[in-house]
Design a protein around this ligand. Sequence first.
Ligand code: FES
Length: 158
Amino acid sequence: MTSEVTEKKPRRRFLLTLGGVAIAWLGAAMYPVLRFLSPQPAPDPFGEDGRALVQKITAADVRKPGMGKNGAYGGRGLLVYRDQTGALRALSSKCTHAGCNVEFQGDKIFCHCHGGTYDLEGKNIAGPPPRPLTKLTVVEEDGQLFVLRPEGKASRES
Ligand code: FES
């Protein structure tokens, strides 16, 4: 009886060690996979000077009141238009309902996904969008448009 007990101890120790090694190996193998699959923070679209270049829209595209166009900055969608006073206006083109890209249509902003409609101030006026579009500040310099970092946003949190 005592010899049976003493023979099982090395076997048990071996199995525990093997289990520990297997768990350590599994953890080491899964860590890079889980790290790859976990969501990464969006890169900051603004440069050191707090500006991001607007792509697909030039100052010529919005030179007259009422003209507007969809474009992008730093991988994010926006629309830029010139209002009736001649001021440049910009809004995020991400619909506040389910995130589809809204479209500038001259007298309104429309979302084709579920028929959401916004006025030119970005206010949700029809359909399912629960909130207004996010306002952005855009400036023109040498024929190019730039979005300015929102006030109070640190360089990594936008
Ligand atoms: S995503 Fe725009 S209305 Fe639904």
